[in-house]
Design a protein around this ligand. Structure first.
Ligand code: GLY
Length: 440
């Protein structure tokens, strides 16, 4: 029988998988951590964290646990996909206590348009079942013309999960030019006076008159980095780095929590206002905003290898972890979480779980590596549990996300992007754990 112990978790062994900037393979010792902690958590035995790591886990049990989460997602898709036949729409949310996805049109202004094909690409990655590839292609190729979106920053959120994953996972090389065009559209919103991309238009967000940048924008940098590496203009790289530097300077409080919306003077670049749209209050700590920051700075470090970004990712992660409740799924805003009636945001937990799997691979000391990896596993274990899983209750992977409570909608619902980052995390985990088993 195979058995695993954790002794030699190596550093910097986060590797590129088939040119995938985010998937991970050949990480000999991460799998050990994963097996131990997932099993320990699922069996209700979390002593391994307190004692240091010495648990021995049979291979068969560990694989069973990993595969359970993947199978649950696949059976959810088997239920949902046949119902979602209109290719001009995508599933956006499932209302509280409802079962079926509410679909919305794939619109140029609808930031969630790319996540459903993205989910299907990851399911194909996890199972190699051609059915999911076929579905992913169908749902991806309906919005090629979104590559010309210059109306807002969300083109990265829209195109990379669909076309980016199609290129990387599906080996669809013909998507390359679409991604390069998309990157050029995004880059056109960069304002050198400010040093950031303008996230939103003033017409759609009239509270602000000048240059608006939101923390969410960090995720869109992935498209620019990818394009710069795949034959696109090198200015895409420079813009992404400058955006990250400016955001690092202005968008966080001294305690490393994030504001949501910054308004800059378009000419001088001066910060005019620090506000929110989806948080509880202008100066409150919106959980998903912090999650976007963690994911964003992790990816910026991956692409630049500049240590200042790694240090920053650690600081904002440590702050986030220090604010978490026991189940590692935050309330929608950290400043209302004392009230037990306030809703959770599983989407924030899914984003951070995925990010921390990657971040753990960049740590050069064992303690941090284990800390971040274990935190990610705790998040995934909670999300996979009956408390958050959609299995048997609705057509989504996850329940209990909150999109925009301050705007009065998407409160305690299933959200497509929660499912997307959850399955991305499972995919990362699978690539981290599927190789080089140690026979001891
Ligand atoms: N704009 C992305 C979000 O709502 O988090």
């Amino acid at each position: 029988m195979y058995a695993y112990t954790i002794k030699n978790l190596t550093t910097n062994n986060l590797m590129k998988y088939n040119n995938t900037p985010y998937a991970i393979k050949s990480v000999n010792h991460f799998k050990n951590l994963f097996f131990v902690f997932l099993l320990a958590c699922l069996l209700g035995c979390n002593n391994s964290e307190k004692k240091g790591i010495a648990t021995v886990v049979p291979e068969s049990k560990a694989n069973l646990i990993l595969n359970t989460a993947i199978k649950a997602c696949e059976s959810q898709l088997e239920i949902a996909v046949p119902k979602l036949t209109d290719l001009t729409k995508h599933p956006r949310l499932i209302e509280t206590n409802e079962k079926a996805w509410k679909e919305v049109p794939n619109g140029r202004l609808v930031w969630t348009s790319g996540f459903y094909p993205g989910v299907l690409w990851y399911m194909y990655d996890l199972t190699q079942n051609e059915r999911w590839k076929t579905e992913a292609i169908k749902r991806t190729e309906v919005f090629e013309d979104f590559k010309t979106i210059t109306e807002h920053h969300d083109i990265g959120f829209m195109m990379f999960p669909a076309y980016g994953n199609g290129y990387i996972i599906g080996k669809k090389e013909e998507y390359k030019d679409i991604l390069l065009a998309s990157a050029a559209s995004l880059a056109s919103r960069f304002n050198p006076n400010v040093g950031t991309i303008k996230s939103w238009s003033n017409k759609m967000h009239p509270r602000w008159q000048q240059h608006i940048t939101i923390i969410d924008n960090m995720l869109n940098l992935e498209l620019l980095f990818w394009a710069a590496k795949h034959g696109g203009d090198q200015k895409f790289y420079d813009i992404a780095v400058k955006h990250a530097e400016t955001t690092m300077k202005n968008h966080f409080r001294n305690d490393y929590t994030s504001w949501h919306v910054l308004e800059y003077d378009s000419i001088t670049g001066q910060v005019l206002n620090k506000h929110t749209k989806q948080g509880y209050a202008d100066n409150s700590r919106w959980s998903r905003g912090q999650a976007w920051g963690i994911y964003g700075y992790t990816l910026v470090y991956r692409e630049t290898k500049d240590k200042k970004f790694l240090d920053f990712a650690k600081k904002i992660t440590d702050k986030y972890l220090s604010l978490l409740p026991e189940d590692y799924v935050p309330c929608w805003d950290f400043d209302v979480q004392e009230n037990p009636k306030e809703e959770k945001d599983a989407s924030a937990a899914a984003v951070v779980a995925s990010a921390l799997l990657e971040l753990s691979g960049y740590m050069d000391n064992q303690a941090d590596k284990e800390r971040y990896f274990n935190a990610a596993i705790k998040m995934l274990t909670s999300l996979s549990s009956d408390a958050y899983s959609g299995v048997g209750k609705a057509d989504s992977f996850l329940l209990h996300s909150t999109g925009a409570k301050s705007l009065g909608h998407e409160i305690d619902v299933a959200l497509i992007y929660a499912d997307y980052y959850y399955i991305e995390a499972l995919s990362r985990l699978k690539h981290m754990t599927s190789n080089n088993l140690t026979d001891e």
